[in-house]
Design a protein around this ligand. Structure first.
Ligand code: NDP
Ligand code: 8X3
Length: 251
């Protein structure tokens, strides 16, 4: 019987690549995001590979999250894998110059969004007595860097919540894993720098950054371990990256 995975933030980057990888591993997919046309395009692309159910909501709006997931048709509620991926950095500024709007966006999306989606999906997993939640953290959830303040704090929170979820859910049969990437070339920096493509491209110049597919491969590996194995936390970096701020651009 084919399994069901729900991937948040599947319109771009890591989430999209994860959806494609899980489809190839035989999962039926619930893909979420705010950009309807991109979800439909993904559905088209995976036609003939698997069944895809697009679900449009903003993870910041708890009523929208609850409504969308509670309205899943019968047969789509048996979610085996939840990939809590939706998230972004907004801005890169010293704390004394930070924008309150950027702070709200990061805290609301990266922390509260992850909580809202998990709160709606966990009851389905509990009913089954099994499930696997993959939270996308970051190296920024392990080390802070200059001007990363609130984004780093949001990812430190994802780290704390992943550990806490693993403890609280231990009796339920639900596994919790945390994937902490370093620099991955996606739309991430374009969002961080508010559409400045040139500045965004500069982040990935001079070395081979990770690609979204590298993270997707890792997630597919994590969810394909036998039932008694949980890869609880994995950090994945480009070979050229040693820490949040040390990148060898001469490799
Ligand atoms: P992208 O910008 O390419 O993708 C972000 C995804 O999140 C999009 O699908 C977007 O969908 C979704 N999203 C953002 N805001 C919302 C919202 N309010 N409601 C619903 N969905 C939302 O970035 P990445 O793929 O790189 O990022 C994915 C995750 O990986 C994030 O959690 C990020 O913090 C993390 N990460 C990224 C790294 C990197 O270097 N790229 C490194 C470490 C971690 P839409 O806009 O359609 O709503
Ligand atoms: C994304 C990686 O180093 O830009 O989480 O914060 S970093």
């Amino acid at each position: 019987m084919s399994k069901i995975a729900l991937v948040t933030g599947a319109t771009s980057g890591i989430g999209r690549a994860t959806a494609v990888a899980l489809a190839k591993h035989g999962y039926q997919l619930i893909v979420t995001g705010r950009r309807k046309e991109r979800l439909e395009e993904l559905q088209q692309e995976l036609q003939g590979v698997t069944t895809v159910l697009p679900l449009l909501f903003d993870v910041r709006i708890k009523e929208a999250v609850q409504f969308a997931i509670a309205s899943l048709p019968q047969g789509w509620q048996q979610i085996d894998v939840l990939v809590n991926n939706a998230g972004n950095a907004h801005g890169l500024a010293p704390i004394q110059e930070g924008s309150l709007e950027d702070w709200d966006a990061m805290l609301d999306i990266n922390i509260k969004g992850l909580l809202y989606v998990s709160h709606s999906v966990i009851p389905f997993m509990q009913q089954q007595g099994r499930g696997h939640i993959i939270n996308i953290g970051s190296i920024a959830g392990k080390e802070v860097y200059a001007n990363g303040n609130v984004y780093c704090a949001s990812k430190f929170a994802v780290d704390a919540l992943s550990k806490a979820m693993r403890i609280d859910l231990i009796q339920t049969g639900i596994k919790v894993s945390e994937v902490n990437p370093g620099l991955v070339e996606t739309e991430f920096s374009e969002v961080r720098f508010k559409g400045d493509k040139e500045r965004a491209a500069g982040v990935y110049q001079g070395y081979q950054a990770l690609q979204a597919e590298d993270i997707a491969d890792l997630i597919a590996f994590i969810v394909s371990r036998p039932p008694h194995v949980n890869l609880a936390e994995v950090m994945i970096l480009p070979a050229a990256q040693a820490s949040a701020t040390v990148v060898n651009k001469n490799l």
